[in-house]
Design a binder for this molecule. Structure first.
Ligand code: ADP
Ligand code: MG
Length: 354
């Protein structure tokens, strides 16, 4: 670690833990005091830190909008639009709002691209495993194969503003989409209040406002998938960007000495057997980042390496051997934490195949 970084890290009074990310350093002197808020909603912790006179109003409005979003899109809230689609599976079409419709249409596109490995009709399997419940458990083989037959994004039927699932028992779970999708709402509200500085963490999905003119104020840490919550393997600047991370360490349970995590391979019905420890996707588009972090986590290393040079997003991928592959466009941005035993590789197509 160079001297400057060391100093920055020493100056930091407290390290803020935001789920998958850690705020490592404030690189500039505070020009004014931020407004900070921490709330529990959408089954996760929402941490906001915004600057500007109208930050308190913006924070309040973001909270309102996210609560509204949850009421509309959570499969666990009775009579939410998603719950109504699920209740009426195999029966009838349900009218949905523009935002819900757009989200479902986009999620379906990601399913097509991933050959169904990413699939928001995963709900029969996530419910069976009780992944987000108080008492998760390993289901029987028979239960799994039965639930698996219900998972199929092609059965999401869309007609004008209406959505229907083809078969009874099918259900939508937006768990892999929601935290990223709300980043766009957050950006919109911040713009409305002319707030250009600050960030919001939605359970580890991060949106950083586009700061002017010198760039973002903070370096954000990519969580060490093998370490505890405050440990990080590298830091990045995320000016105007969002970042989503998927990893087996985020939610899991243990049964008979074996660990089971919360990202399910729809083809097997079991937690994805992956050769990756974590996948972080950086993009202006929060929903894209969220969908792709989940997708690449399931698809694995080769699939992620093939997408290291995309324009729309950048990747930071940690494999089981402790290699960290990252998009070459991050070279001047990503700073490895040299206290960690990871090996960093800016990956180009021409790089030696792993
Ligand atoms: P996190 O919610 O921990 O940030 P993800 O964004 O990867 O992680 O989303 C995981 C959630 O997505 C699960 O809790 C579940 O609700 C849902 N899910 C699990 N497997 C899939 C899948 N194959 N396709 C789409 N959604 C999934
Ligand atoms: Mg995701």
């Amino acid at each position: 670690m160079n001297l400057k970084n060391k100093k920055i890290l020493q100056i930091v009074a407290s390290i803020l833990v935001l789920g998958a990310v850690v705020v490592v350093a404030n690189l500039q002197k505070e020009r004014n005091t931020p407004t900070v808020s921490t709330e529990f909603m959408m089954d996760t912790v929402i941490m906001q830190k915004l600057y500007g006179k109208r930050a308190p109003q913006a924070i309040a409005e973001i909270e309102d909008r996210l609560r509204q979003y949850e009421k509309t899109c959570s499969m666990y809230i009775e009579n939410s639009e998603i719950d109504l689609i699920n209740q009426n599976a195999g029966k009838k079409f349900v009218e949905v709002s523009d935002d819900t419709l757009n989200m479902i249409v986009r999620a379906k596109e990601f399913s097509v691209q991933s050959n169904g490995l990413f699939d928001i009709t995963i709900a029969p399997l996530t419910t069976l495993w009780g992944i987000t419940s108080e008492s998760p458990k390993v289901p029987s083989e028979q239960q799994i194969s039965q639930a698996r037959t219900l998972v199929n994004y092609q059965d999401i039927l869309i007609q004008n503003h209406q959505v229907k699932l083809k078969h009874q028992g099918q259900a939508i779970d937006l768990g892999a989409v929601a935290k990223g999708a709300v980043c766009n709402i957050i950006r919109e509200v911040a713009q409305k209040y002319n707030i250009t500085k600050g960030y919001v963490s939605v359970g580890g999905n991060l949106i950083v406002l586009k700061d002017t003119p010198t760039g973002s104020n903070y370096r954000f840490g990519i969580r060490d998938p093998k370490g505890d919550e405050s440990e990080y393997i590298a830091t990045v600047l995320l000016n105007g960007k969002t970042m989503a991370t998927s990893g087996a360490y985020e939610r899991w349970f243990e049964q008979d000495g074996k660990r089971y995590h919360h990202i399910i391979n729809p083809h097997t019905g079991y937690p994805a057997e992956t050769d990756l420890l974590s996948v972080s996707v950086i993009s202006e588009d929060g929903m894209l980042a969220d969908c792709l972090s989940t997708t690449f986590f399931i698809e694995g290393k080769q699939a992620a390496l093939a997408k290291m040079q995309e324009e729309e997003y950048q990747l930071i991928v940690v494999d089981l051997q402790g290699n960290v592959f990252y998009s070459p466009s991050l070279i001047n941005n990503l700073q490895p934490n040299e206290d960690k035993p990871y090996q960093f590789i800016a990956y180009k197509e021409s790089s030696e195949k792993q």
